[in-house]
Design a binder for this molecule. Structure first.
Ligand SMILES: Nc1ncnc2c1ncn2[C@@H]1O[C@H](COP(=O)(O)OP(=O)(O)O)[C@@H](O)[C@H]1O
Ligand SMILES: [Mg+2]
Length: 520
């Protein structure tokens, strides 16, 4: 029923530490990091019970002891806000016990932790003999690693229980679906296998506990409506991603939305199709698209998802940063781990320069630098197939850091996406107008000739506004109506085009053109 045995390594290592502590009659302490607390507690419990040792669970709220006979925890003393008190309680245990202490490490950290408690723990760990071999397990989220006091760094063991991978999620789904089908009286194994496979993509990126509840809720009302369950899980996952991690799954099922004129870029994707889905060092990591707004970069990210048949997950740096700063690093880490568990994906990072903004870097205690550092590290080290499509329209805002990023192999290629060439404009116009105007060929020619320096978005807006205007005035939708809207936009378009002159200069030196753009 439980998934404890999925982490034999963590379990074996913990058992080794327990026995070693007993052999040398010392206190050992270390960190068990996870996003999946319930699961981690299960792993610890089976290990400790298997080793026939006592298990305790301390928090600021309570001290409890596990009783195997009743299969539950029982109170064995009060909790405490004072870390020293909990540590003393652990020190006084006899008989080789294991104590799990949740969320205490922050109160011991170097920067603003409790110095006395830190020293107390240090002396507990350096005492030779005199104890029966107690093991203290600090149970924390992964980013707590940084809270280990430096004076204890060498003495601490480190264990981790990662987010569940695909196989684990599928096994978990199979278990739940079989249980549901059993209740209906027809535990059809084949059906359960088929649907656990189908539902797995909607459950990756969740912890084991969250995934278990999600699938139970999905089947709560109807235990055999699997298509309904899928829709429910999709919606639930979207909400979870957007509310907790500021990530969106972009709609990419519109076939007609292929950006036109970005042939080099599209060819690059097609050539690297297989390398993008690989795991490991040689996989294709991603592309950086530099260019003015409205030139089809977002469209391209979605098209990449379609081409590769992968979901496109938007990683919204700005939204993640705007959360209050202390939480930013934690949320970045959580977002990265979720993306790894969800891989393979296309990860769309719009306006990546936001991560490098110099604003506020002095008075936020360095959080900005640390999150930037984490992003850079993740971009180069993330081992799973998360193909990054990042964009920027402001290279100068990236500053020095951003420049190193563009050079240091974090992206396979940097493309410059400029305003469309006249032939690309003609293609766009033909596509948009073919069913709505007479003689589309000549309309597209005339309008594309008159719209040099227009972005795809400007052009699309002119066409849309002309269409509403024609409808409103109840006149024919023709070249004259469109040209009127084009003229209205022209000045603004020209000024905007000039404002990206320095970006174009940068691109000449550092980027490949995404398509064959006109010389203007
Ligand atoms: N190269 C293009 N091909 C076709 N349509 C385009 C192109 N560039 C822009 N558009 C139109 O403009 C809209 C906005 O483009 P978008 O991809 O959001 O630009 P960006 O992300 O570069 O700001 C698109 O939905 C599309 O209608
Ligand atoms: Mg965009």
């Amino acid at each position: 029923m439980m998934f404890n045995l999925n982490h034999p390594k963590t379990s074996q290592e913990l058992e080794r530490i327990i026995i070693s502590a007993i052999n040398s009659r010392v206190i050992r302490a270390g960190l068990l990091t996870t996003r999946d607390r319930d699961h981690a507690l299960n792993v610890v419990r089976t290990t400790v019970v298997g080793a026939k040792k006592d298990l305790y669970h301390f928090t600021v709220a309570s001290r409890r002891k596990w009783t195997q006979a009743q299969f539950k925890y029982e109170a064995c003393g009060g909790g405490s806000q004072d870390p020293s008190e909990l540590l003393r309680a652990a020190q006084n245990l006899r008989g080789g016990a294991v104590v799990v202490i949740e969320d205490l490490l922050a109160t011991l950290c170097d920067t603003n932790g409790d110095r006395n408690a830190r020293q107390q723990l240090s002396s507990m760990l350096s005492a030779e003999k005199g104890n029966d071999g107690t093991v203290i397990v600090f149970l924390e989220p992964p980013e707590a690693e940084g809270n280990i006091p430096s004076m204890l760094a060498g003495a601490f063991f480190r264990l981790n229980i990662p987010m569940p991978n695909r196989e684990e999620v599928e096994a978990l789904a199979l278990r739940e679906i079989l249980a549901a089908l059993t209740e209906t009286g027809s535990p059809n194994m084949e059906l359960a296998q088929e649907w656990s496979r189908e539902l797995t993509p909607e459950l990756t990126g969740l912890t084991r506990t969250a995934a278990t509840y999600a699938i139970r809720d999905a089947l709560a009302l109807n235990k055999t409506d699997f298509p309904g369950a899928r829709l429910y899980l999709q919606a639930r996952k979207q909400t979870h991603l957007s509310e907790e991690l500021a990530m969106n799954i972009l709609d990419n099922d519109r076939d007609d939305e292929l950006p036109l004129g970005l042939d080099n870029l599209y060819r690059h994707l097609q050539k690297n199709k297989d390398r993008i889905k690989e795991t490991g060092k040689d996989r294709a990591k991603g592309i950086l698209l530099i260019g003015p707004p409205g030139t089809g970069k977002t469209m391209l990210a979605k098209a990449a998802g379609r081409l590769l048949q992968l979901p496109v997950v938007e990683f919204r740096i700005g939204a993640l940063m705007n959360s209050y700063l202390g939480a930013t690093e934690r949320r970045f880490d959580q977002a990265f781990q979720t993306l790894e568990a969800m891989a393979p994906n296309v990860v769309f990072i719009d306006e990546i320069e936001k991560a490098f903004s110099q604003n506020g870097s002095e008075n936020d205690g360095g959080t900005m630098m640390r999150t930037t550092g984490r992003l850079l590290t993740w971009l180069s080290e993330n081992p799973n197939p998360n193909f990054i499509v990042a964009t920027s329209n402001n290279v100068s805002r990236m500053g020095e850091l951003g420049m190193t990023m563009t050079r240091s192999g974090r992206f396979d290629k940097i493309f410059f996406v400029d305003v469309p060439s006249s032939s690309a404009r003609k293609q766009m116009l033909t596509q948009w107008l073919k069913d709505v105007v007479a003689d589309v060929e000549s309309v597209a020619s005339v309008v594309s000739e008159a719209t040099s320096r227009f972005t795809g978005a400007d052009l699309k807006a002119a066409v849309n506004e002309a269409a509403s205007e024609a409808k409103y005035r109840q006149v024919e939708f023709n070249v004259d109506v469109i040209m009127k809207e084009v003229k209205k936009k022209d000045l603004r378009v020209q000024v905007l085009y000039e404002s990206f002159a320095s970006l174009r200069r940068f691109a000449e030196l550092h980027c490949e053109p995404a398509g064959s753009f006109d010389e203007i």
